[in-house]
Design a protein around this ligand. Structure first.
Ligand code: ASP
Length: 310
């Protein structure tokens, strides 16, 4: 018999998400993707599966969905390439795996999981990370699989405007999941293409353990989205953990305080957080964040804009 106390939350990126900036197709597509991700993750949790398996499964769904900036549909670098980042962390053991600059592996989060399972290293980069994926027998993908017309259009707009390194439309689109399983274990996973027009091997917060991704059974699991440079400088995941674990803050108080620190430095974004008890929590300082949540015995909530869905 499983403890009914499981919960999962997913995000598909924070940003300037309003009913004016999203087309009906983008709105419906994002909601369908979030719903499918929750179904994939909760299907594992309801059967007594692990939080780790649930967050990986949820993120894989979103990586394959071109509505989000991860895997298929990832943003393009300044040079017009795809460079993918991902991380996963197991709150029970604080084992973690992360990859950056991946170009040829279909599921970066599966690769991060393989790095974690292998256990020799935590963080692999670039071409060599794809070689490790081959060694692990993970599925490859070509640039043609990852690239979409809409991302090429955004890239062209960025180059034409002489812009540099930040999302043209400030819709971040990174994906992530956090979960607590029936055994009370926590896990987090995040996957992203980074920001449009990034250069020089730029790495954001998403694959950095303690920044965009964090899980510790003693306190919280966190997955972030937003202006990665600022999330890195605040160490958002670990900072939320510290406030909960060491200062006894509630999830909402800790998350709000840390996002306020990000804002004070000039950054915006959001986070999904799950603790040892209760439902998952989310917060964001942008007009919207694509997000969804489901707890045992409850109904799934899926929302995008700031004025809906709690
Ligand atoms: N945080 C991500 C990064 O800086 C972007 C995002 O959230 O979409 O790479």
């Amino acid at each position: 018999m499983t403890d009914p106390n499981w919960t999962i939350a997913v995000h598909g990126g924070a940003g300037r998400l309003t009913r004016q900036t999203l087309t009906p197709e983008q709105d419906a597509g994002a909601r369908a993707g979030l719903t499918a991700a929750i179904a994939a993750g909760s299907g594992i949790l309801v059967n007594g599966g692990s939080a780790l398996d649930a967050v990986e499964a949820a993120v894989r769904v979103l990586e394959d969905d071109p509505h989000f900036n991860a895997g298929r549909g990832a943003v393009l670098t300044h040079a017009g390439a795809i460079e993918l980042d991902a991380a996963i962390m197991d709150g029970a053991t604080r084992a973690a795996g992360a990859v950056t600059g991946v170009t040829a592996t279909r599921s970066p989060v599966a690769l991060a999981r393989a790095v974690m399972a292998d256990g020799r290293h935590v963080f692999l980069a670039g071409v060599a990370a794809d070689v490790f994926a081959d060694d692990q027998g993970l599925e490859r993908a070509t640039p043609g699989w990852f690239e979409t017309d809409e991302r090429r259009r955004q890239h062209a707009e960025l180059i034409a405007s002489g812009g540099d390194g930040f999302d043209v439309d400030m819709k971040y689109g990174t994906v992530g999941a956090v979960a607590r399983d029936a055994a009370g274990h926590l896990a987090a996973a995040t996957s992203t293409g980074g920001v449009t027009g990034k250069r020089w091997g730029r790495i954001g917060d998403s694959p950095v353990i303690g920044a965009g991704t964090w899980a510790d059974d003693r306190s919280v699991a966190v997955s972030c989205t937003g202006s990665g440079e600022y999330f890195l400088r605040v160490g958002v995941g670990h900072e939320i953990d510290g406030r909960v674990r060491l200062a006894g803050a509630t999830l909402p108080a800790a998350t709000d305080a840390v996002l306020a620190e990000v804002e004070a430095l000039g950054g915006t974004g959001g986070a999904i957080v799950v603790g040892r008890e209760g439902p998952a929590h989310w917060a964001f300082t942008t007009p919207g964040m694509s997000r969804g949540m489901l707890s045992a015995g409850g109904a799934a909530v899926v929302a995008i804009y700031g004025d809906e869905g709690g």
